[in-house]
Design a protein around this ligand. Sequence first.
Ligand SMILES: [Zn+2]
Length: 335
Amino acid sequence: MPSLIQFGPKGLYCEKGGFYIDPWQPVNKALITHAHSDHARPGHKNYLCQSDSVALLKHRLSSNIKVQGQCFGKRININGVDVSFHPAGHIIGSAQIRVSDSQEVWVISGDYKLEQDKHIEPFEFMKCDYFVTESTFGLPVFHWKDQEETLQEINSWWHNNSSIKRPSIISAYSLGKAQRVIENVEQSIGPILTHGSVDAINKVLVASGIKLRKTKKLVEATEDEISRALIVCPPGAMDSSWTARIKNHAVAFASGWMNLRGARRRRGVEKGFVLSDHADWPGLNKAIRYTQASKVFVTHGYTDIFTKWLNSQGINAETVKTQYTGETVDNENED
Ligand SMILES: [Zn+2]
């Protein structure tokens, strides 16, 4: 029986090290995989995260929190337990957390994806004894096409709109998808404008030393700029007075859910791009096989189906709860 990490009432707990990973109730020491709100919760006494997440945690939780940053790959010792952070490829600052002692090696992956972006470190394949994986898109139907192809689709949609002076609004979560779209589209097509909430996150990142492309808030742009622009706004601002002010605009949604038939129509948007910050079915399987783990713990998403699948493939897997389900958690990273 593994003993280094337990699945306790407050979350993943390392008793020997005296710390939790992404706990959902206030604890003394919390190691955080990334800054999305279902992983980085308020109320902990001490936070430890990857260096690029420090400013995001302060911005989203409180400027007064006690938070320490750790660069990728550096091993530290906490009460006799080795801990290191490794790229998860999900959003800026997202990490898999490796926890080990002389007996066991654990990797808690948080959220992850295998596609390589221009602006963040690529996912690192890890070997371990015990692997904790998400399964947001853990069904065979979720199969992303090549990312370059999807980016080309976005570019040509934007280019076509821009050439007839039609503003292009693309829906993308403020933390994660927004930066991914901004940093990976073809910059020469036109100006990139942002919603205030995207701009706020970008400013936090830039102030903490992360290089991002120059963008402008929509409210600061001229009519001519708006007509040629790619406008990045969070899903919550779609179909609002904010988008209504932009005349004659085209709308698109960038999400893994666009992979499902009818999803675009249900959202009422003209265009859907399959672009997810999570691993698809082949990606989950590839990452898990690489670990050669003797046991895989499955959380977040299609847990039961995915666990069954892994067991049928001869991989010892079990569904675990790593999220308090008694409250409403916003679905900001659910795509
Ligand atoms: Zn996330």
